[in-house]
Design a protein around this ligand. Sequence first.
Ligand code: G4P
Length: 293
Amino acid sequence: MANQKMNIHWFPGHMAKARREISEKIKVIDIVIELVDARAPYSSKNPMINELVRHKPRLIVLTKQDMADDRYTKQWVQYYEEQGYQAMSVNLKNFNEYQKVIEKCRCVLKEKMEKELARGLKPRAIRAMVLGIPNVGKSTFINKLANRKATVTGNKPGVTKAQQIIRVAKDFELFDTPGVLWPKLDDEHVAKNIALLGSIKQNILPLDDLFIEAMKYLSMHYPQLLKERYQLEIDLDDEDWIIKTFDHIAKVRKIKPLRGETDYDRVMELFFSEINDGSIGRITWETPLCVKD
Ligand code: G4P
């Protein structure tokens, strides 16, 4: 994911431009496909999405289901459904999932399309647009449907290319570039989770704070994964647990000491890369209970 890390700054001008472009496109689409990361389905949402999308039908798609904890993914899908949205989870590495998304869009719009036909309008394809913050899988989604390997995704704020609408099925069309939105990084909980997803450079936050928070969370929610990966058991009541955790990982993973001391930076680097690539296991960083929307 390294090449995807967001090291860009969202300036008010960029945000205004992104909003303007999306507001324009919204007029000609039937449904918004909002992608969020299943590992943090609240933190990976744009704060202004409701205002931007207004009353257009919207499907919230939790991507990277294969990297998230199934128990919480189910709860999150239910959480968004209870809020009145259509929601589903997918693994975009699996081609069948794309058809499921298209099928769900068809279901959401069935009544609308039938009404159009009943009014004597010509049959037409559903038109959709993909939206989301960086790294949630927007270009993976569009490229796969467009049957191409790579594209200019406009992943930089305010950068666009000529928009095209591509037909991906007889009755389904898609804008070929996604709407790229910003995350709510001024919220500390969100910034921490987004950093843990690997969507932004982790160093926007003090790395040791991020490491400590992540370890606390894992020891409470996923002690088994820590045990399996690092043979690590954390006792949060032990006032030396942080230093012991560093020392333990360094020892287990044979990280060479630096001037006679544990190489803390290398330990963190290893840990974050294993978090990002999923090798520690399937982790969800927030539950519907811990957020208020
Ligand atoms: P973006 O346009 O929203 O910024 O995201 P993009 O499609 O570039 O996806 C970001 C990374 O997430 C890519 O990995 C992509 O393969 C991965 N990804 C997207 N959806 C899923 C999913 O459902 N499951 C898993 N496991 N990964 C997913 P990358 O390492 O940057 O690229 P690549 O080497 O995989 O191509």
